[in-house]
Design a protein around this ligand. Structure first.
Ligand code: SIN
Length: 310
């Protein structure tokens, strides 16, 4: 029988599915729902140093093919998530959970990471280099020079397992340039992709979200081809020690199968989780297992990265 069990480094997960940061991860009550589902783990909402209210409402809108959001990093602050994660280490020592974070400036990012470095937290950390929704702030990972400087400063002191959440790239030269930078550092994973930034959805002549005059990150079915391309582009270019988390357009087991074929070791679910709730993880595991059984694959390592070219 097939299993969707996976691992990233020494961290073992009973399933390769988890939430994407931003969905079902704002507070303990949401995170507990993911823990109690058939997801392999969770990632917290991206934490900043202090609690943030985020952008004005409405800031999230579902469409038939996906979603648009401009949340603006509403979160309860790093101490809230760190405290909960450290508590879970005591109460559920057999499981590992991800912390997502980013500062509102490079200085704040260093303060956050030093706090995590000094804490007893042992889980993986996702540095969000790709939030498209902060007015006046660019997506860090689109600026290669800033990204390289930030990562070199971080890895001077940061010794815990750190990965990066990336925005989608759209040009082969950018895949090459970005991978060359990431390969210089002991990154634990990259997560491809965050939402496609700054889309616009219109209903009855109006924008559907308030912040940034209606511009927001696009997720869901719209973005699967871009997500798959990014997963596979980085799978082909990154050192094999840097694992890949695939995110974008995962609505069913087939979508996850394709992310894994492209090289993903884990698969995150955002828009579809928002629409369907944490019970989605049961369906996703069953659908992926059924595809694997049909094809005679027992573990995801049997087909991970083995996309065939015609
Ligand atoms: C947000 O809070 O604006 C979404 C987070 C992200 O896209 O990184």
């Amino acid at each position: 029988m097939a299993t969707t069990h996976t691992h990233i480094g020494n961290y073992e997960f009973k399933s390769c599915f988890m939430n994407a940061a931003g969905v079902y991860c704002y507070d303990r009550s949401e995170l507990e729902k993911v823990i109690n589902s058939e997801a392999g783990t969770f990632v917290t909402k991206t934490a900043t140093l202090n609690k943030r209210e985020g952008n004005p409402l409405p800031r999230y809108y579902d469409t038939e093919l996906g979603s648009i959001n401009s949340m603006g990093l509403p979160n309860l602050g790093i101490d809230y998530y760190l405290e909960y994660l450290i508590e879970l280490q005591e109460t559920m020592p057999e499981r590992s959970f991800f912390l997502s974070l980013v500062g509102m400036s490079p200085e704040e990012t260093h303060i956050l990471l030093k706090k995590v470095q000094e804490s007893s937290f042992k889980g993986p950390i996702e540095l969000n280099l790709s939030c498209p929704n902060l007015p006046g702030k660019p997506q860090i990972a689109y600026d290669f020079e800033t990204t390289e400087i930030l990562l070199s400063e971080i890895f001077e002191y940061f010794k815990k397992p750190l990965g990066a959440k990336l925005p989608p790239y759209f040009d082969i030269v950018h895949f090459d340039q970005a991978a060359k930078i990431f390969n210089k550092f002991p990154l634990f994973f990259v997560n491809c992709v965050n939402s496609i930034g700054n889309g616009l959805i219109i209903k009855d002549e109006y924008t559907v979200i308030k912040p940034k005059n209606g511009f927001g990150g696009i997720g869901g079915e719209y973005i699967k081809p871009t997500a798959l391309a990014n997963v596979h582009a980085f799978y082909q270019r990154l050192n094999s020690s840097i694992r890949i988390i695939g995110t974008g357009g995962v609505l069913n087991g087939k979508d996850a199968f394709e992310h894994i074929l492209c090289g993903a070791s884990m698969v995150q679910v955002g828009t579809a989780l928002q629409k369907e709730g944490p019970e989605i993880f049961k369906r996703l595991n069953e659908e992926l297992e059924s595809i694997m059984n049909e094809k005679g694959y027992k573990t995801i390592e049997d087909f991970r990265g083995k996309l065939k070219m015609i």
